[in-house]
Design a protein. Structure first.
Length: 379
């Protein structure tokens, strides 16, 4: 009998084996995708957090530096120079000077209505510019941001003398000729406003160029005999004006803006930090009107200081503002990059104000600082 043996060696995969292999590959791929997605989300979250922290450091750095300089009039402050403060930009009392140059009011805050501590304010996804009357006190027209400042944020105005200075030489200030001479003439620019002080008297004036500081342009009055004693080595400082508000940034979102003098001596608005949604300020006041050792006894909003609400004793608005010895500032900062998952509606507490934000999947954080106004302490 002829017996034949056939070779039955398998030369391929069965359908079942292929399906099992595909299933295993899909499961492994899904796992790898999930790991990659989780790592990518973690990286994006960390990057967003780093960006928010970086922006907040910049923003608080600007605010803290200028708040600490607020009211700097060198050796004394406006209370110490009271009665001996000569503002040549005013035809009479210092309070009659142009609003920008009110060195007798170094700190001014404008409270956005509805954002007092304990209140809840809804920040819309599309921010608006409600106009000057949405703040209390209303934004002054000289500030020029009535059509730029966004809703839901306070506005800070700060005035001080620059840390840089030069010194007078020779006769210093000659009241008879309305001129002064300085060791560094390049420090004095025509059109800019300066101050000279000997720790007894304080004189604020505009330079008309070439050492001329007499009447003309912003200067309303000449120099008095009492101011003729500014002799050699008396320092000369530049007047600085700084304001902070929240406006619409270059990327289309809210940003922190700063108003300051440019190189030509004109006030210029400039975006300094993107992603800042709101700035809130609470003022620490000595309600004993400086009889408490310059320590805040209670915290107020700007409109409360302006209107003199309880527990202020009988006083003028200037006295109440001069009794503000600290400022607590809070910032709500967001990242413009949206997450893949929409977060629920949240409310953030910023300087004791509850700010409700839209569910736009942006990362947000609150940053606060308490700043003592060192130049307001004891005139």
């Amino acid at each position: 009998m002829d017996v034949r043996v056939f070779n039955t060696t398998q030369r391929g995969l069965s359908l079942i084996e292929v399906m099992v292999a595909i299933t295993i590959a899909v499961v492994l791929s899904l796992g790898m995708i999930q790991v990659f997605s989780a790592q990518r989300a973690a990286f994006a979250a960390n990057e967003s957090l780093a960006r928010v922290q970086e922006n907040s450091r910049f923003a608080l750095g600007f605010l803290e530096r200028d708040l600490r300089m607020t009211g700097n009039m060198t050796c004394l402050n406006d209370m110490g120079f009271r009665g001996r403060l000569y503002n040549h930009l005013s035809p009479g009392a210092p309070a009659a000077a142009p609003w920008v140059y009110r060195i007798d009011e170094p700190l001014q805050v404008y409270e956005y209505v509805g954002t007092a501590p304990g209140s809840t304010f809804v920040l819309p996804d599309e921010r608006t510019t409600p106009g000057a009357n949405a703040w209390n006190p209303p934004l002054p027209p000289e500030l020029g941001i009535g059509s730029e400042a966004l809703d839901g944020s306070d506005v800070l105005v700060l005035r001080y003398m620059s840390p840089e200075s030069t010194r007078l030489t020779g006769i210093g200030v000659n009241a008879a000729t309305n001129t002064l001479t300085a060791a560094d003439p390049a420090f004095i620019e025509a059109g800019r406003v300066y101050a000279v002080t000997d720790c007894r008297n304080f004189s604020l004036f505009q330079s008309l160029g070439g050492g001329n500081v007499g009447p003309g342009n912003l200067n309303q009055v000449g120099w008095t005999g009492l101011e003729n004693n500014y002799g050699p080595d008396v320092p000369l400082y530049r007047f600085e004006f700084v304001a902070y508000f929240i406006g619409l940034g270059a990327d289309g979102g809210p940003a922190l803006f700063q108003i300051a003098f440019d190189s030509d001596g004109a006030l210029q608005s400039e975006e300094v930090v993107a992603g800042v949604e709101s700035l809130q300020a609470v003022l620490g006041g000595d309600t004993t009107l400086r009889a408490n050792g310059d320590q805040p006894t209670q915290y107020f909003t700007a409109d409360a200081v302006q209107d003199g609400v309880a527990p202020w004793p009988e006083s003028t608005v200037d006295v109440r503002w001069s009794s503000i010895v600290s400022v607590r500032v809070g910032l709500l900062v967001r990242n413009e990059t949206r997450a893949s998952v929409v977060a629920p509606d949240l409310a953030y507490r910023v300087a004791d104000t509850s700010l409700k934000v839209p569910a736009d999947a942006r990362m947000r954080h609150v940053y606060e600082a308490q700043v003592a106004l060192r130049n307001r302490i004891r005139g």
